[in-house]
Design a protein around this ligand. Structure first.
Ligand code: NIG
Ligand code: FE
Length: 432
């Protein structure tokens, strides 16, 4: 809906696209073979009115139902996709970890660097030292990177504060970004990222602090929709995670879990037991656990960017997950330590080349399935009448070109809520 007082935008008729990839289908996450059903319309068109999609179809059909005073956008030779939904990002933090990146090229491992006081704790020190305004400014800049790569909805986690006040500071930055739009942001509390240094001698006191001091405040101020916990080696145990997840659920938060990235810790089992909404990473997941996820209806969020950036050879078993009927999602895991990329097209390329997902499966995982993983399936993730007009135009004539051209941004233009917010041709960045 247009904001109060804002002029009513003109309807937009996007026409003559080589392919409109609609992702139209059943109103639920896609599984198994459904992942390949993209609902492609050749010589396709989309009509946008008041920020919503009001028609999708062949150009000739949509042209017959145009309102007066429509703005035309010729998409000849281009592919139109729903805006990407990035279901796992650590958007808000200060600084970067480029020094550690160089150390890794010289042979130090991520775990060694973390043990020497680097890693997540390094970013925590920098983030605590930054003001809310500084964090807001750097996150805004990053949001523009996401937009330019076609992302119009993203999940954003806290997790670099690790105290009551510092986690609240990050969630308030996320709230300000949510209120500003046009990218839709879904907030997640990740206070249980690692145990902060000051609680090293008494881990349970940190878990208690989250439960007794942080969760009630987060719920009271409505600062997060999801709770996440890094349940892995050098992070939180399954028992700690279970306690945290139950407490978070009691406060009305839905559950996501960082699981089995470094070790088969039992975190995926726990996600199945508690019927979390998603379980993320899964590089080390075992076959029996895959069956448990499928039975519990937990969605798997795969993050190949983290494997790539860390130079790991093992990627999550996407094919086994798909064959078992687990709804699969792809996301960037944008963060300073393991995956500094805002690019969903790059993630699609990695999914195809490193996890043997087909281009069609990868696109479904990055749009409609990702939207369902954030409870946004009703309004985002596909080009269907009544949904938000979040869409991306690519300068290529076939959707398979999107993962095929890796390391190159083929995004030509982005519409969010019906407004053109990025147009590479004239550098327009609108409200973004
Ligand atoms: O998703 N696994 C834990 N958290 C991040 C890494 C964060 C960092 O290194 O700063 C991840 O990969
Ligand atoms: Fe992560």
């Amino acid at each position: 809906m247009p904001e109060q007082g804002a002029p009513r935008p003109r309807p937009v008729f996007l026409h003559s696209a080589a392919q409109v990839v609609t992702l139209a289908g059943p109103p639920r996450p896609r599984v198994g073979r459904e992942l390949e059903e993209l609902g492609v319309i050749e010589d396709g068109a989309v009509l946008i009115e008041d920020g919503l999609i009001t028609a999708v179809g062949p150009t000739a059909e949509v042209a017959a139902m145009l309102p007066d005073d429509v703005e035309r956008w010729d998409a000849r030779g281009m592919v139109v996709l729903p805006g990407f939904v990035d279901a796992h990002t650590h958007l808000v933090f200060a600084g970067d970890r480029v020094q550690e990146f160089e150390w890794r090229t010289r042979g130090l491992s991520y775990a060694e660097i973390a043990r020497r006081g680097g890693g997540i704790r390094m970013t925590v020190r920098q983030t605590r030292a930054a003001s809310e305004e500084e964090l807001l400014e750097s996150a805004r800049r990053r949001l523009r990177w996401f937009l330019r790569h076609g992302t119009t909805t993203l999940e954003a986690k806290s997790g670099y504060g690790l105290s009551r006040d510092e986690e609240l500071k990050i969630l308030r930055v996320i709230r300000r970004l949510r209120e500003a739009g046009p990218v839709e942001i879904v907030p997640t509390l990740l206070a249980a990222h690692v145990v902060p240094e000051e609680y090293a001698a008494d881990r349970s006191a940190y878990v208690r602090m989250i439960i007794e001091e942080l969760l009630p405040e987060v719920a009271r101020e409505n600062l997060a929709e999801y709770h996440d916990v890094f349940c892995d080696e050098d992070a939180f145990t399954v028992e700690e995670a279970r306690t945290l997840m139950k407490a978070a659920r009691a406060h009305g938060l839905k559950l996501r879990v960082h699981a089995e990235q470094w070790a088969r810790s039992g975190a995926a089992r726990l996600a199945a037991e508690l019927r979390a909404q998603t379980v993320d990473h899964l590089e080390k997941i075992a076959e029996e656990d895959i069956a448990a996820l499928a039975a519990a209806g937990v969605m798997a969020v795969l993050l190949p960017g983290a494997c790539f950036h860390l130079g790991r050879r093992e990627y999550p078993p996407a094919r086994k997950l798909i064959e078992a009927g687990v709804p699969v999602v792809l996301a960037t895991d944008f963060n300073p330590g393991t995956s500094p990329t805002p690019s969903m097209p790059m993630i699609l390329a990695l999914a195809c080349t490193q996890m043997q997902m087909t281009p069609a499966e990868a696109i479904t995982a990055a749009t409609i399935n990702a939207a369902y993983s954030l409870d946004r399936g009703h309004c985002a993730g596909s080009l269907e009448v009544g949904k938000r007009a979040d869409l991306v135009l690519f300068d290529v004539p076939d959707y398979r070109h999107i993962p095929y051209f890796f390391g190159m941004n083929t995004v030509r233009a982005v519409f969010a809520r019906g407004r053109l917010i990025y147009d590479r041709a004239n550098g327009c960045e609108g409200t973004a």
